[in-house]
Design a protein around this ligand. Structure first.
Ligand SMILES: [Zn+2]
Length: 117
């Protein structure tokens, strides 16, 4: 899988909650399900994802790769960094003390800890 496909999948993963809600209102939930299926197989959800986001008025949502905790990737912070266990999506999540480890929105599996340097 190429980094660009992982970034595309991260784009879907990071928006899945709001995307599902908005798509359900427009009776386009099946389109979201199809994009999720593709992403689970490791295929890019683009360009249909961008079209759907635009149709639903969600293009204002920024880059989700580092959500919900922006991190510039520089230096050694000693922070616990988590990522998708399947390596499918490019999202990184920095755990704050006392916060539960989130699940990947695509697979509903817990993120796993990764070493970044
Ligand atoms: Zn993900």
């Amino acid at each position: 899988m190429t980094p660009s496909v992982q970034a595309d999948i991260a784009r879907l993963c990071g928006r899945l909650g709001v995307l599902r809600t908005a798509a359900a209102d427009e009776e386009r939930g099946a389109e979201v399900d199809r994009l999720v299926e593709r992403a689970r197989r490791g295929d890019t959800p683009e360009p249909e994802l961008s079209e759907l986001l635009r149709d639903l008025g969600l293009l204002f949502l920024g880059d989700a790769t580092r959500e919900p905790w922006p991190w510039d990737g520089g230096g050694h912070t000693g922070a616990e960094v988590y990522a998708c266990p399947a390596g499918r999506c490019a999202r990184r999540w920095v755990r704050a003390p006392g916060v539960d480890i989130p699940r990947c929105d695509l697979d509903a599996v817990r993120l796993s800890r990764v070493e970044e340097d």
